[in-house]
Design a protein around this ligand. Structure first.
Ligand code: SAM
Length: 278
């Protein structure tokens, strides 16, 4: 019978943020596959756990997955851990999970810390729906496409960023997000844990020379959301909406045309002329 593959979340700073179940699984499995074995060894030593470790990181994910799958097929249980947080979230894990599922090997989550979720719940931004992007692409074209996505996104957006790239990323965001709220969550669960909340200008001013691990959260594009809702109305309802705000006919036509991405003449011909006369 095949062994099981456990995806074990580990602390993102504070070593106490590990569950009893995670510790038990790390003690029970035959092998621990770790992103950086030296790093994981520190965690294991802290909890007096001694286990064979195999390195499993981005650059050897494909090769090491094959080796680990063979072990699983031979009945060994394996725990996969990364340097911090939940495996597979901007971290190795996806490749072996897909392969294990193909081989009908049981994959078991052992929940725990995840930086993105903990930043989100304390951000003060909407938590009902969100978009997790992780690290922005470095490739110019792909990065531009992602930034465009962020510009239009109506849900809260979560980005991971390295401290030395923070300034550059905040500048890129400045051009597209206008007055939307931004939160910088830094060093979560560590001594210098900090949340900076404000608009992008405020965050840029405050983030000069900031060190440590960071997450950028951005309020969804509420103007876009409002526009989406308005565009679901009939032209008449759309007109009435602006009329109730006290706008003049000329201004209303201009606004409807902008919301719907059509010409003012279209709005005029299709609705105003028929329903509102001259
Ligand atoms: N798998 C991890 C998780 O579950 O959150 C994420 C790993 S990813 C390689 C590392 C990034 O996560 C960092 O660059 C930072 O953006 C974020 N991160 C990890 N730990 C953090 C912490 N303690 N405080 C703030 N951000 C953190």
């Amino acid at each position: 019978m095949s062994g099981k593959l456990y995806l074990v979340a580990t602390p993102i700073g504070n070593l106490e943020d590990i569950t009893l179940r995670a510790l038990n699984i790390l003690k029970q499995v035959d092998v621990i596959a770790a992103e950086d074995t030296r790093n994981t060894l520190k965690l294991l030593n802290h909890y007096n756990i001694s286990k064979p470790l195999i390195s499993y990181h981005r650059h050897n994910e494909e090769i090491k997955s094959d080796i680990l799958i063979n072990k699983l097929k031979n009945g060994e249980d394996i725990a996969l851990v990364t340097d911090a947080g939940t495996p597979g979230i901007s971290d190795p894990g996806e490749v072996i999970v897909k392969q294990a599922i193909n081989e009908e090997i049981e994959v078991v989550p052992i929940p725990g810390a995840c930086a993105a979720i903990n930043a989100l719940i304390c951000s003060g931004l909407d938590t009902k729906e969100f978009l997790f992007i992780g690290f922005l692409p470095l490739n110019k074209k792909l990065r531009k496409e992602k930034l465009k996505e962020i510009e239009d996104e109506t849900r809260t957006i979560i980005l991971y960023e390295a401290p030395h790239k923070l300034k550059n990323t905040l500048q890129d965001l400045k051009d597209i997000i206008g007055e939307r709220k931004v939160v910088l969550a830094r060093e979560l669960t560590k001594i210098y844990e900090e949340f900076l909340r404000g608009d992008i200008e405020y965050i840029i001013n405050k983030s000069e020379n900031l060190k440590g691990e960071m997450i950028i959260l951005i309020e969804g594009n509420t103007k876009k959301e409002e526009k989406n809702l308005l565009n679901k109305l009939s032209l008449e309802e759309h007109y009435l909406y602006y009329e109730k705000l006290g706008l003049e006919k000329k201004e209303i036509i201009k606004k409807i045309a902008k919301d719907r991405g059509v010409s003012k003449n279209d709005v005029y011909m299709n609705f105003v002329e028929k329903n509102r006369g001259n």
